[in-house]
Design a protein around this ligand. Structure first.
Ligand code: AMP
Ligand code: ZN
Length: 493
């Protein structure tokens, strides 16, 4: 029997505002689309939080034996600086400033994105399509929307007619906004505006002569509106209606609202059954964002080269920190929080390291089956990772108590304990143990072990200048030393 038949998963659906039983369209299969990054700069830790939430969700769905097609796109064109269809294309602007090709910008930051995600131990999505690879599909959708009368062409651009759409459909149902309120809260259109109403949004924009990212279309040379790419790629790979659509909370409006409108206006169906939104990572209480400068890059955390944190932190520690909050809660990054997570992470890893050395008894004094089910209950309850981690720490307590002969465990239960801890820690939460990381290279491992030995000698001689130098220089190279009960271990990041 597949695990999803034994476990009833519930998902908080942003569309209904309720936790709902998860019933996929095709039994045993899940189609999931997540809006990917706009590759014009290095991903900051805030971006990573959203993608990590969906990596965890992908992992748990797979663990439940669902066959998941996970599509996460790369936005490599069409995302303008301003959500109201104004300003330069973010990628074209970067290309202009650096005097390189837009596709060089795209390549550089796509590689950075993948490198960072790999350090965080993400699973790759099933398909990672790009906006520029789907211009034809986007043009086809615009033609359909025009045919159905929900868009209009003006001076080589095409706009979605929100007011007309709202007469027969409900624009604003995802974000809970009412079109009338939006209209009364926005400025009047000026004579230069091409839009009929300020709420209308671009499906296709005419490219001015200086605009370098351009494609031919029935309306002249231009480029697609940002919202359209996700409609085109999700429909192509997952169908007109699919199971799960995710993204950060900040994408609910206008991006996802516009996706719903585009789908309903082109093929008549609601595109998504379960809308999921991950909450924001903040720093000093404010949203982490590229535009305000209130952000930190993952590599700055791994190397310790930043002015915010007192020391470097390994990717798995940062991942553990993220998993300690529910994906729908705001999470604030601070030095104290990361130090606490690091302690917790090591406590968990130390306990896992003890399991193999435990001795089994004739019978168990603990109800392991009930504990295992509580791990599932936590995840079935809208992927509640903080509750899961609390239950896993009960497992840590069992391990320590069994070691101290305060509790007994049977042979079968010991296997169950080991398997359940490993499955949830490594497979579902996606953490890596220091030992797994150490195994990444024998030669480097040998050299680092030698340096650890020299550092220990320096410390024993109270030569802290040398011992700190070894730690810091290794950190700058991406090798983090971690002092624990069992001695010093390291991770290569
Ligand atoms: P962008 O590259 O700007 O399109 O953003 C990529 C993803 O990162 C989107 O899903 C955003 O919602 C998400 N995101 C941006 N800032 C944050 C943040 N501070 N915390 C969590 N997610 C964020
Ligand atoms: Zn999107």
């Amino acid at each position: 029997m597949a695990k999803y038949q034994e476990q009833q998963l519930k998902i908080h659906n942003s569309l209904s505002g309720k936790k709902e039983k998860f019933i996929p369209i095709n039994e045993g299969h899940v189609g999931m689309y997540v809006c990917g990054p706009t590759v014009y700069s290095n991903v900051h830790l805030g971006n990573c939080r959203t993608f990590m939430s969906f990596d965890m969700i992908f992992r748990y769905l797979k663990h439940l034996d669902f066959k998941v097609r996970y599509v996460r796109n790369i936005t490599d064109a069409g995302h303008l600086e301003d959500d109201a269809d104004e300003g330069e294309d973010k990628i074209a602007k970067k290309a202009r400033l650096e005097q390189i090709e837009p596709m060089e910008v795209v390549q550089r930051y796509t590689v950075d994105f993948h490198t960072i995600l790999q350090k965080f131990n993400f699973l790759p999505p099933s398909i990672e399509p790009t906006a520029t690879g789907h211009i034809i599909e986007q043009i086809e959708i615009i033609k359909e929307i025009l045919e159905h009368g929900f868009a209009y062409e003006i001076n080589g651009s095409v706009y979605f007619d929100v007011v007309k759409f709202n007469k027969t459909h409900e624009y604003g149902k995802l974000s809970g906004r009412k079109l009338e309120d939006m209209i009364s809260n926005t400025r009047e259109l000026t004579a230069q505006d091409e839009k009929r109403n300020p709420q209308d949004f671009a499906l296709w924009k005419k490219a001015e002569p200086q605009h370098i990212m351009r494609w031919p279309s029935p309306w002249g040379d231009g480029f697609p509106g940002w919202h359209l790419e996700c409609t085109a790629m999700s429909t192509k790979y997952l169908g007109e209606t699919f199971d799960i659509h995710g993204g950060g909370m900040d994408l609910k409006f206008p991006h996802h609202e516009c996706e719903i409108a585009q789908s309903e206006a082109s093929h008549g169906n609601a595109p998504v059954n379960y809308w999921m939104h991950a909450n924001m990572l903040t720093m000093n209480g404010k949203k982490m964002a590229k535009s305000t400068g209130n952000n930190i890059l993952p590599n700055e955390i791994f190397s310790g080269e930043n002015e915010i944190l007192s020391k470097p932190f390994a990717p798995s520690v940062v991942r553990f920190f993220m998993m300690q909050a529910h994906y729908t809660s705001i999470l604030d990054l601070s030095n104290e929080a990361l130090l606490a997570s690091e302690k917790g992470y090591h406590r968990l890893m130390d306990a896992l390291g003890l399991i193999d050395g435990l001795t089994a008894s004739k019978s168990s004094s603990i109800d392991l089956a009930a504990w295992k089910q509580r791990c599932y209950d936590a995840m079935n309850d809208d992927f509640n990772t903080p509750v899961l981690i609390a239950v896993l720490f009960e497992g840590v307590k069992f391990i320590n108590q069994i070691k101290e002969d305060k509790e007994q465990i049977s042979e079968t239960d010991l296997m169950l304990l080991s398997e359940t801890m490993n499955v949830f820690v490594f497979e579902v939460l996606g953490l890596e143990s220091p030992a797994q990381l150490n195994a990444s290279s024998d030669k480097i491992g040998g050299v680092v072990s030698l340096l650890i030995q020299l550092r220990n000698e320096a410390r024993a001689n109270k030569d802290f200048a040398t011992s700190d130098k070894i730690r810091d220089e290794l950190a700058a190279l991406g090798i983090q030393l971690m002092d624990g009960k069992e001695g010093t271990t390291f991770s290569i990041i």
